[in-house]
Design a protein around this ligand. Sequence first.
Ligand code: MLC
Ligand code: AMP
Length: 477
Amino acid sequence: MNLYGLIAEAARLAGDTPAFVEGGEVRLRYDELDSAVAGWAAALSASGARPGDRVVVQVEKSVDNALLYLASLRAGLVYVPLNTAYTTAELDYFIADAEPALIVADGHCTMEELKARATADAFQTVARRPDDLAAILYTSGTTGRSKGAMLSHGNLASNALVLRDYWHWQPGDVLIHALPIYHVHGLFVALHGALLNGSTILWHKGFDADAVIDDLGSATMLMGVPTFYVRLAAHPRLTREAVKTMRLFISGSAPLLESTFADFEARTGHRILERYGMTEAGMICSNPYDGERVPGTVGFPLPGVAARVADDQGREVPRGTPGVLEIKGPNLFRGYWQRPSKTAQEMRPDGYFITGDVATMAEDGRVAIVGRTRDLIIAGGLNIYPREIELAIDAIPGVGESAVIGVPHPDLGEAVVAVVTRTDLALDEAAVLAGVADLARFKQPRRIIFAETLPRNAMGKVQKATLRTTHQGLFGG
Ligand code: MLC
Ligand code: AMP
C-alpha cells in the first residue's frame, strides 16, 4: 500500500482535467501526472537512493517540487522537506540528523541536476506497508533542538481519506494552493486533498492577497493560516461577488481570532471552517461541514481519532475543564526519528500522545484550544521555539540573560520579542540582531527590549506571562 497508488488511481479517473494551473496556464494535466512523476522517480533512483533512504529537499515552491515529493513516495523513499528560510547553519543540523542518501538544495544537487540524471515515462511503484515511512517533518522542541516526526504511508493515507469525506470534497472542486509545501498544511492537507479528488490546483508560489483574490472567481476552496484571512478581510476587493464560486474556506495551524472570523463573514457571507492539527498527527479536530462552525473552537475529533482532555497524569478531566489534549488514532506518527526516549516522554502507556495544547471539551465533544503547555510562539502559522533564540542571544558577549516571548501582532498573530539584560551597557540592538543572524529570518526577534532584570517567581523561574502582559501593546494589539 503505497500512498502514491491512491493518488495515481485518482489521477487516472480525472483524465484530462488540469492538475496544476499557475498564473492562468495549465502546467500539468492529470493524464500527464503519472509519467511526469515516473521521470522524477527514475532520477531519484538513478542517484542511488534506495527504499527507506531519506531525501532532504530545500527548494523554492514549484510544480516540479510537488512532483518530486510524489516521486519520493513512489520510489519508497522518505521525504524530508525543509523550510527555505533555514540558514546554512540550520541546514547542517538537519542533514546530520536525517542522514540522507540525497540532498536536493542549492549548493548540493539542484532540481535541474537531478532531472538530468534520468528520464523515464514509466516507473514501477515500490510496494510499501502501511507502517513504512513516507516522510519525516522536523518540528522544534522545547530544548531548542528540532526533532523529526516520522510519518508513515498509513498515517498520511488515513488522514487524507477522512478529510476527503469530512470536508465534502466534490467533483469540480478547484483549490487555491498558496501555502508552502514544507509543512503538514501545504504538503499533506492541501496537496493530498486535491490530488485524491482529482481537483485542479491553482498553484501560487506564496501568499499574495491580490493574486489570491484574482483566482477566487475560478475556485471553490482555499486553505490557509489565519494570516491569510486577516489580509484578505482587510482587502478592498474581497466582496460577495468575488467569492461567488467559492464553497469552502478552511483555516488552521494557529488560532483564528473570532474578530477575523466575524470580519470575513461580514465581507463574504462565508463562515470559515477552522480545524486543528500538528506535525505529529496531521489533522486532529475540525469544525463540521454541515453543522455549526463555532469561532474560537476547532470542532470535533475527526472520525477514527480518539481525543481526551487530561490532567498531568493522563486522567480525563470533567467536560468543560481545561487540561492537556491527548490523542490517538491511525493518523498518529511513528515517533521521533532516532529519538525513542523523546517519543516515550510524550506518550501515555495506553498509546495516547500528549499534544502539549491546553484545551476544553464541551459536553457534546466540541474542542476549544485555550493555551499551550509548551513555551511556543506561532507567527504566521510557523512554530518558533523561544529556547532556540534565547540560547543564541545568551551567547552574545555583553548579554546577561534573555527571555523570548510572543506578543500579539495584527498580521502574524504573534510576533517574536526578546527581552534582554546587559552586562555591557554599550551592547545595542544591532549587536543582538547580528548574534541571531544564523537563525532563519522568521525566528529573529522583531523587537529587542533592554531591561535591567527579568521578572522571576519565588522559584527563580522567569515569568514570561508577566513579560507578555507588559509588552502586549507593542504592535498596537
Ligand atoms: C515571513 N516572515 C515571517 C513569516 N513569514 N516572520 C515571522 N513569521 C512568519 N510566518 C518574514 C520574512 O522573512 C520577511 O522578513 C518579513 O516577514 C515579511 O515577509 P512577507 O513577504 O510579508 O511574508 P509573506 O511571504 O507574506 O509570508 C507570510 C505568510 C507565510 C504568513 C504568508 O509565512 C506563510 O505562508 N505561512 C504559512 C506557514 C505554514 O504553512 N504553516 C503550517 C505549519 S503546519 P524581512 O524582515 O526579511 O522582510 C502546522 C500544522 C497544522 O502548523 O495544523 O497545519
Ligand atoms: P506544528 O508543530 O508546526 O505542526 O504546529 C502544531 C501546533 O499548531 C499545534 O500543536 C497547535 O498549538 C497549533 N495549532 C494548529 N492549529 C490550530 C488551531 N486551529 N488553533 C490553535 N492552535 C492551532
